[in-house]
Design a protein around this ligand. Structure first.
Ligand SMILES: Nc1ncnc2c1ncn2[C@@H]1O[C@H](COP(=O)(O)OP(=O)(O)O)[C@@H](O)[C@H]1O
Ligand SMILES: [Mg+2]
Length: 240
């Protein structure tokens, strides 16, 4: 197991957002965190990233308390976090440069990842000359090129149009390697069922349900859909 939450409570000042969360995140799984807006998904992800200390309980990474950010646990957001003055290649190189990888090696590693996400030939483009979907591909390449043990993604495809979003979901599953643990936050039930090995549904200030999604992943299974929707607690959400 990679990450363990044991009776974790997360709060801002004195106001708890999540209380008593018990969760084992398995090495190499894609764990989706689902839940309505404001239920604490980003808060949980920030704690996993080491950006927010637990108020009580234990948060362990391979048995050691998480005390701060680590390159082993890489974050990816919805907002475009690319540096606008750096080419796609130089953006992907950045975390490798920070780690001290020699230039020739990081350039070939960056180009390899850009090719893997379908951007061969666009290495020298600046972010402003790429589409939104292409920029998300660069971000995905950047996150994965660093070889983190865990990738923490906060609604990374939320701003994309539906077709590009589906392409990115397919791409993620394609390039994800089975040793990398992915924690993927979404409020979209279809996305949760498409991507997740398991779906942890947050609600009511805690973990409302933990649903195992059998392989092959299919969002067509109506009973699993119903279960996730029930855990989300609102038939109204079905329309969003
Ligand atoms: N920095 C902060 N300070 C105080 N309250 C916050 C902060 N960030 C989020 N919250 C509150 O915590 C709750 C959960 O927020 P968040 O984790 O962002 O929800 P989600 O990502 O599920 O939409 C919300 O009520 C939000 O207003
Ligand atoms: Mg959020």
């Amino acid at each position: 197991m990679t990450l363990l939450l044991d009776a974790v409570t997360l709060a801002y000042r004195d106001r708890p957002v999540l209380e008593g969360v018990d969760l084992e995140i398995r090495t190499g799984e894609i764990l989706v965190i689902a839940g309505a807006s404001g239920c604490g998904k980003s808060t949980l992800l920030r704690a996993l990233a080491g950006l927010l200390p637990v108020t009580s309980g234990r948060l362990l990474d391979r048995g050691e308390p998480v005390r701060g950010p680590s390159a082993d646990r890489a974050l990816m957001f919805q907002d475009d976090a690319l540096l606008p003055w750096r080419s796609a290649r130089r953006n992907v190189e950045l975390p490798l440069a920070i780690r001290g990888m020699p230039r020739a090696e990081r350039t070939s590693r960056a180009d390899e990842w850009l090719a893997r996400v379908g951007l061969a030939g666009l290495e020298l483009r600046l972010p402003r000359d790429l589409s939104g979907g292409q920029r998300q591909r660069v971000q995905l390449a950047r996150v994965l090129a660093g070889g983190p043990r865990a990738v923490l993604m906060d609604e990374p495809f939320g701003a994309l149009d539906p077709q590009t979003r589906r392409e990115m979901q397919r791409l993620l599953v394609e390039v994800w390697n089975a040793e990398t643990t992915v924690v993927f936050v979404t409020h979209d039930v279809e996305e949760a069922l498409t991507l997740g090995d398991r779906v942890a549904v947050l609600g009511g200030g805690g973990l409302a349900d933990l649903v195992e999604i059998p392989l092959p992943r299919t969002s067509a299974d109506p009973s699993l859909r119903a279960r996730v929707l029930t855990a989300l607690g609102a038939p109204a959400l079905e329309t969003t």
